[in-house]
Design a binder for this molecule. Structure first.
Ligand code: NOJ
Length: 556
């Protein structure tokens, strides 16, 4: 049932004072992947009640907001990124009442709540798609999606050469009993038909969906595949390479200029609800300049900084991404976001333990190079501390505050990611970063679920890293995150600015207000001079004016 009185944040950490000075500009936002966060009902899949029960963990951690990956009604062909009903909670995750309760209690703790919006495609189980398959070619029902006749004498070939991001063709032919059935476009799984965003009915429907959740009191939306909604009108063949359409490559399906008109419309809808609601773009585009177009003053407020996420353990690449992002976003008066991990990529503690951490990986399988856990965690902690010292907003992915690694030995039988199946196992897929979180090392499924059920098996190391093993333990990863987040807020690092200092190769060194942030990516100690420590990435990282290898420190 829709509620008319919105839940609001009781005592926000920062009052919004205008559209370009809002809370998000320096916020730390924690991503919850609901199916893996905490399971309250015992079916092995996390739920909204599980989120509510663990809000104290997030409050103590010191984040400003949470972003929830999709919990809407869905057949789960892509773990909920295939939405069948945008206005309801899937019974797997609970009910709308559970959502409202969770939202209210989050706001009482001054935690803002951002929900995921999946506008590029619906589920094939969505009412609109069912109607489209029953309707005739050229009908208004089909025009909500991208249906086309096939090529070849009998239309037996797909309408163009596009490949799905998940592997295989981007077109599926429907079976409607006619002689020459049409094909529909799906840039992702066949269960995720792409919508036709040139159709005003689609535009109007999503304005309504935005209002539905804004009325409930949400603080914003993370926009899935924000760079993909508008395709070049004639859907031309992709020229230049044979491979599947990768979301970070330019092509007639990505980052088309017309897409921005959609976000101007959404911006207006958000402002009906005040000037502190946000849109966050998941936009895989060519460079930071293209990305900054999404955060112009009349569009979105933030875009994920995937350039930074992919810079690896490489000081020069990190610095280049930092400089480019700050410069591009300054042109449109937006602050920058920083991110190291999410539900689509190998956890950064594991990436940094590979022989080539700059390599972009699609999951790690049991037969592939296994990360060095100790080195990965050491570097991962340093990378996080360094990131949290940067001005702007930072995203944290659930479990990284515990130092969780990727699960790299999941057997094929338990895998669920459609990329694994659509590439015939060639791509390991994203299951390894989606393994249910540990909460208590002494309990079944390490406290994830009261029954011990878990939709993916957890590795033994998750027990060692559970919060009960780290809470109050000096030097633990959990305590590092907590102390860094407290200091970041007290010293207003998010609202600060960056001035580089001279530094040797492999070392990054900058001032942010009164704080000096130093990262040593090399295998040798780095001389940085005498100062007092605010936070260090591992105990003893900084001593006698020297920063240890693979470590970071905040100094004053
Ligand atoms: C990006 C999401 O983060 C990912 O998990 C999903 O598979 C695709 N978009 C398709 O919705």
């Amino acid at each position: 049932m829709e509620q008319s009185s919105p839940a609001t944040v009781a005592s926000p950490h920062k009052e919004p004072s205008g559209s370009r000075t809002g809370w998000w500009r320096d916020a730390v936002i924690y991503q919850i992947y609901p199916r893996s966060f905490a399971d309250a009902d015992g079916n092995g899949i996390g739920d909204l009640e599980g989120v509510r029960q663990h809000l104290d963990h997030l409050e103590r951690l010191g984040v400003d907001a949470i972003w929830l990956s999709p919990f809407y009604r869905s057949p789960q062909a892509d773990a909920g990124y295939d939405v069948a009903d945008y206005r309801d909670v899937d019974p797997l995750f609970g009910t709308l009442d559970d959502f409202d309760r969770m939202l209210r209690e989050a706001h009482e703790r001054a935690l803002r709540v951002i929900v995921d919006l999946v506008p590029n495609h619906t589920s094939s189980a969505h009412e609109w798609f069912k109607l489209a398959t029953l309707a005739a070619p050229g009908s208004p029902e089909r025009d909500r999606y991208l249906f086309r006749d096939g090529r070849g004498e009998h239309g037996e070939l797909p309408p163009n050469n596009w490949k799905s991001v998940f592997g295989g063709p981007a077109w599926t032919r429907i079976e409607d009993g006619t002689e020459n059935p049409q094909w529909y476009l799906h840039l992702f799984d066949a269960g995720q038909p792409d919508l036709n965003w040139r159709n005003p009915e689609v535009v109007a429907e999503f304005h309504d969906v935005l209002r539905f959740w804004l009325k409930r009191g949400v603080d914003g939306f993370r926009v899935d595949v924000a760079h993909g909604l508008i395709k070049q009108a004639d859907l031309p063949d992709l020229v230049g390479h044979e491979g599947p359409a990768r979301a970070d490559e330019l092509g007639p399906m990505w980052d088309q200029d017309d897409v921005h008109e959609i976000y101007r419309g959404w911006n207006r809808v958000l402002h009906e609800f005040g000037d502190d609601k946000i849109l966050v773009a998941e936009a895989w585009v060519a460079n930071s300049e293209r990305r900054s177009l999404y955060v112009r003053h009349d569009e979105m407020q933030q875009a994920f900084n995937f350039g930074y996420m992919q810079a690896g353990w490489d000081a020069a690449a990190m610095r280049a991404e930092i400089d480019e992002s700050l410069a591009s976003n300054a042109l449109v008066d937006a602050t920058t976001t920083w991110v190291l991990s999410n539900h689509d990529v190998v956890r950064h503690t594991s990436r940094f333990g590979l022989s080539d951490p700059t390599r972009w990986t699609h999951g790690i399988g049991p037969d592939e190079e296994q990360p060095d856990l100790e080195l990965g965690l050491r570097r991962g902690r340093a990378a996080t501390l360094f990131m949290l010292g940067l001005p702007g907003s930072a995203y944290i992915y659930e479990g990284e505050e515990l130092g969780l690694p990727e699960h790299t030995t999941l057997p094929a039988e338990v895998r669920q990611d459609p990329t694994f199946f659509r590439t015939g196992g060639e791509q390991t897929g994203r299951d390894g970063c989606r393994v249910p979180l540990p909460w208590d090392s002494t309990k079944p499924a390490f406290g994830f679920s009261p029954t011990g059920a878990s939709w993916l098996p957890q590795p033994a190391i998750f027990g060692e890293l559970a919060p009960d093993r780290q809470d109050g333990v000096p030097g633990s990863t959990l305590e590092l995150y907590r102390s860094a987040l407290v200091a970041r807020r007290e010293l207003d690092l998010g609202g600060g600015s960056l001035t580089w200092r001279q530094s040797p190769e492999g070392v990054l060194d900058f001032d942010n207000g009164e704080v000096r942030v130093v990262l040593n990516t090399t295998e040798e100690p780095a001389a940085v001079g005498e100062a007092s420590v605010i936070v260090e990435s591992v105990p003893g990282a900084y001593a006698d004016g020297t920063l240890a290898p693979n470590a970071a420190v905040w100094l004053r």
